[in-house]
Design a protein around this ligand. Structure first.
Ligand code: XMP
Length: 326
């Protein structure tokens, strides 16, 4: 639309004048915001931009591939991929406290990203001590929720890419700072990003790590990833992507219940479906997903994911519940 073209043009101009001839780094999280921010900056300054993707192993099914193939194909951006799965798993071993998980994931992310950024800067060669720029996919609600002058309480330690060490001397480029999520998506479409990427549900920085209640292990991640993929597939198939803000699937990894399958007793784990509708994630209501769709999701998950024998539905609004369980 006309407005989106305006926003895109205006941001491209702004980014160009801000960045000049200097180099820019963008951390892609796999999510919508960083992808759109990266695509905008790529459009503005081309190969002055290098994107860095830290694969922490806490992503949804197919997400890493989407960044590595579809994002690169549709934007032409230079991408550096760091496989840090082992590192994150060892850092998270034995940890069950939600805030501790968030801190560990945030800290490890910064360490890995910092290392990658140094490599990018070094590979860039000649530029003499130029200040480098860092792209952040900060949205308007993030600015507000993280207390951008409004004095809101910090409920969870939100992790985007922040708090980088001083000696890296990045200035921030935040081209989405004035936008809401739906505007970001339309900008993404305008820039030619794949619809799957643009219309994907919001996903927290700490990823599946905060959707496993209990310790995060590789096996549990695999189980949750399968269940989550089924829920997303069925919600999309039912045409609900644009009605539902997001539907976290939460694995209650330390809870077991007795079930029966075939002729056998099972003793498996429950998952919780958490479909919510929202404008900006500050408040949310639980979504009235049609029973048939819920039934299909439940049947498929319990049939296709051996470790899960029960599917439950979270019917709490925000407040008092938050969207994520941790
Ligand atoms: P809550 O659980 O606080 O979540 O109701 C509100 C929205 O924020 C997402 N979320 C995060 N996003 N880093 C992010 O970038 C985070 O650490 C984080 N924690 C929650 C959540 O998915 C929901 O959309």
């Amino acid at each position: 639309t006309w407005t989106m073209v305006n926003i895109v043009d205006e941001q491209i101009e702004r980014i160009r004048s801000e960045v000049g001839a200097k180099r820019v780094i963008c951390a892609l999280s796999g999510g919508v915001d960083s992808a759109v921010a990266g695509a905008l900056v790529q459009r503005a300054v081309g190969d002055q931009l290098t994107c860095v993707f830290v694969d922490h192993g806490l992503l949804r099914k197919g997400e890493a591939e989407q960044v590595e193939k579809d994002f690169v194909a549709s934007t032409g951006a230079a991408l550096k991929v760091v496989d840090a799965q082992e590192r994150f798993l060892s850092a998270l071993a034995g940890v069950t406290d939600p805030e501790e998980k968030r801190k560990i994931i945030g800290r490890e992310f910064i360490r890995v990203f910092e290392q990658a950024a140094r490599e990018v800067v070094a590979e860039g060669g000649e530029a003499d001590e130029d200040v480098e720029f860092l792209v952040q996919g900060t949205l308007y609600p993030d600015v507000v929720e993280s207390g951008g002058g409004t004095g809101t309480a910090n409920i969870k330690s939100h992790h985007n890419v922040g708090g980088l060490p001083d000696d890296l001397q990045f200035s921030l480029v935040e081209p989405l700072r004035e936008l809401f999520k739906d505007e970001v998506r339309r900008v993404g479409e305008e820039l030619g990003l794949p619809a799957e990427m643009v219309w994907r549900q919001p996903f927290p920085g700490p990823g599946l790590g905060i959707r496993i209640i209990g310790e995060v292990t590789r096996d549990r991640l695999d189980v949750l990833r399968e269940a989550d993929a089924i829920a997303r597939e069925e919600l999309s198939r039912a045409g609900l992507d644009r009605d539902i803000w997001q539907c976290p699937v939460v694995l209650l990894a330390d809870v077991r219940s007795v079930g029966v399958q075939g002729d056998g007793r099972t003793y498996g784990h429950p998952v919780v479906l958490r479909p919510v509708s929202s404008e900006d994630a500050m408040t949310a209501d639980w979504s009235r997903v049609p029973y048939d769709v819920l039934a299909t999701i439940s049947n498929r998950i319990t049939n296709e994911v051996r470790e899960i024998n029960r599917v439950t539905l979270d019917i709490t609004s925000k407040p008092p519940g938050t969207i994520e369980w941790e």
